[in-house]
Design a protein around this ligand. Sequence first.
Ligand SMILES: NC(=O)N[C@@H](CC(=O)O)C(=O)O
Ligand SMILES: [Zn+2]
Ligand SMILES: [Zn+2]
Length: 407
Amino acid sequence: MHELVLTGKFTLKGEVVRGSIGIDEGRISAIYARKIPGEETIDLSQYLILPGLIDTHVHLRDFEQKEKETVESGTKAALHGGITAVLDMPNTKPPVMDSKTFEKRLELFQRKAYTDYALGFLIRSNCEEARKAGADFYKAFMGASTGGIYSGDFEGDYACSPGVLSVHAEDAELIRENPERPSRAEEVAIKRALESAEKLKKPLNICHVSTRGGIEAILQRNLPWVSFEVTPHHLFLTREDYKRNPLLKVYPPLRTEEHVKALWENFSRIPIIASDHAPHTVEDKEAGTAGIPGLETEVALLLDAANRGIISVFDIVKKMHDNPVKVFGIRGRDFAIGNEATFTVVDLKREWTVKPEELYTKAKWSPWEGRKLKGKVVMTILRGRVVMEDGEIVGKPEGVRLNVQRG
Ligand SMILES: NC(=O)N[C@@H](CC(=O)O)C(=O)O
Ligand SMILES: [Zn+2]
Ligand SMILES: [Zn+2]
């Protein structure tokens, strides 16, 4: 008799299977295409059980920017949005650029994280410290974004990275000369990053790709050790939305229809969808800071797109679970016997309207305020424990550090 049994439909190797998942001590102990007895059974037959989704690009701020977001508020927002693990970006205040600050951030997450987590380290001519920190992944900026830190020698920083390097690819010179950050600032930076990747043959993950030239350059080069992310805002919004709502200022900027079309033309070859959850207070946004919150809407936007037939639920699993696991070397998270019983449960039929007051993020605004979406995350399960149900966070901060192959 299993401690817990989930009954319902779940995705398994590209199929939707109706059956039961047996869970013991937080791990998957059985997967059956029929009902099985359990001390406790949760009937999820109306829903679809996905492997615990992972967001590889979030800014949880905290430290000296608690008013923008804290690890607590940001990871609660993640659970609310069906995200079971976050990769935390190091452009914090102070930035995570030395091993002491890295240790401090690790200790903060151990106390406050409601989701599992992997922590980043910002590389900029600090190779020694990067090695000492033993971070879960590394981050470099080729041009200034929030926090203003960027590499003087990107290739040198990339060469030094002890693990997977995520990169913000906008050319420093071009964005200095053109503050509106034209698409060529991204395209030039991506091409330069690909030159370095060709030479160094080390894992590189290009963040928030937003342009035709950018995505086509990566796909043409087709280097197996280069992956990339696309955000929901660059898929579902355009420059026209920004003209109507200045809060939608973000780096890289929202693009014209032409670029958005290129992302959709190549959608099947996008490895990772990540939110780039970049919370700022409304005051800061009105003062012109760049960044868009996305943790609590990203999965629902994709479910809504699945209901409209433009993507499939398997795309969500591939781009928010399977590929993040592969690219960042995350262990123990695959949907298989013996692995962690961590799931994102969705109701594909649920229609709802995005309301700022229902958000857990401190950034109490969303580009999709008032938007009616079909598809919602209804439950998040972490190692066999229900931690979010129908919008309520019912767990405690029991997130753990992801087991990644460390640099
Ligand atoms: N994307 C943004 O516009 N801002 C991000 C930084 C980043 O991802 O470049 C932030 O931290 O605010
Ligand atoms: Zn960035
Ligand atoms: Zn970012």
